[in-house]
Design a protein around this ligand. Structure first.
Ligand SMILES: Cc1ncc(COP(=O)(O)O)c(C=O)c1O
Length: 371
């Protein structure tokens, strides 16, 4: 029972992983060890400065089917997008397409590129951008498309394969923010036609806040030249023995890691969370989470709540978005909170997002509290 590996939740039900996922106990123990090392610093080995980022990078790589050498460690979803936006060789007039209604992290890194390149926001006719709409929108100056896999506000999922195929056919880059999906959805970058994926670690990957990564397909990365250098990866494998050797080595993607990767409190805890998820097997987690979403949707009273997120199909995610009929969403949220159920309100709707720490009993309790 995964729920035994989390908490304690003080008798409450956390149905808000889309805001922030709970830390599994193994990760809390890793953080406690990191704190103990800092309280008595003689315990901290020099090798740990290299081992912790290496362990984390390997776990992220396993999760997305990538080579660890192509994973860049960050502190957020935005870190990776910022890096990419600054490293791409833009020409005046280049265009970036993004989706009106997407999470702001997927928008701002491109917005600030103006006037050199211009962001154009697309208004999809339905809840998500469809491949034919994207195809029609791509023009001769379009260089890049930036989308979020699962929309934070309506819980719909874009079809990455179809969008990616359109982008490939048009010679346009596809960059995807997978923050609201990775850890609760399977992703294999070896098979999915995407050029870069970024995510924050504190939601479905159950890491601490202040964690994230970006993976950039190698052939794209090799065309980039960010003005960004970090001494720690340059010395990986060599220890602290010869720090005045300033040779610039080709260390792959890790040259672009966020500074301070020996961020033991966060990164050792996040590595433990990811290893925990990988041991649990992501396909089983996906199955479990979808079972909970299905159980909820089979029993919620849709006369009382309008369902904004998908009821079924490939577009369904782990985010259930409901608009109360005849009641303000904040009032409904407060009513749930008084019954011990914690959910979010986003854009005037309730957002309920179960993950592996939840069980059937949590869903049934939420349904009873919703009425
Ligand atoms: C889709 C999405 N992207 C990114 C974030 C967070 O962005 P960042 O890690 O850059 O702060 C969130 C939520 O906080 C989100 O819902």
């Amino acid at each position: 029972m995964w729920c035994d590996d989390f908490g304690p939740f003080d008798g409450r039900v956390w149905l808000n992983t889309a805001h922030t996922g709970p830390l599994p106990r193994v990760a809390a123990e890793a953080a406690a060890l990191a704190i103990a090392d800092k309280i008595a610093p003689r315990r901290l080995r020099d090798e740990a400065f290299f081992e912790v980022p290496a362990r984390l990078r390997a776990a992220i790589a396993r999760l997305i089917g990538a080579d660890a050498d192509d994973v860049i460690l960050g502190n957020s979803a935005s870190y990776g997008l910022d890096l990419l936006a600054n490293a791409l060789p833009w020409a005046v007039g280049d265009e970036v397409l993004a989706v009106n209604g997407d999470f702001p992290a997927t928008i701002f890194p491109w917005k600030i590129l103006a006037p050199h390149s211009l962001l154009r926001l697309l208004d999809p006719s339905g809840p998500v951008l469809e491949a034919d709409e994207l195809k029609a929108a791509i023009g001769p100056s379009t260089r890049l498309v930036s989308v979020t896999w699962v929309n934070s506000f309506n819980g719909h999922t874009v079809d990455l394969d179809r969008l990616g195929d359109v982008c490939r056919a048009c010679g346009v880059l596809l960059v995807v923010n997978v923050s609201q999906a990775l850890g609760a959805r399977l992703l294999d970058v070896g098979r999915t036609p995407v050029d870069a994926v970024t995510a924050c670690g504190h939601k479905w990957m159950c890491g601490p806040y202040g964690t994230g990564f970006i993976w950039i397909r190698r052939r794209l990365r090799e065309t980039l030249s960010p003005r960004h250098a970090y001494w720690l990866p340059m010395h990986a494998g060599r220890g602290f023995g010869n720090l005045r050797d300033y040779t610039q080595r080709d260390v792959g993607a890790r040259a672009w890691d966020v500074f301070g990767t020996a961020n033991f409190f966060n990164f050792s805890a996040w590595a433990a969370s990811l290893e925990y998820l990988l041991d649990a097997k992501i396909d089983k987690v996906v199955q479990h989470d979808q079972h909970l979403v299905g159980r909820f949707l089979d029993t919620v009273d849709l006369d009382r709540y309008e369902l904004v997120s998908p009821r079924s199909g490939a577009g369904r995610s782990t985010l259930i978005v409901l608009r109360p009929r005849g009641e303000d969403a904040v009032t409904a949220q407060q009513r749930l909170a008084a019954a011990g159920i914690d959910v979010a309100v986003r854009e005037g709707a309730l957002r309920i997002s179960p993950h592996l720490h939840n069980g059937d009993g949590d869903i049934d309790r939420a349904i009873r509290a919703l009425g």
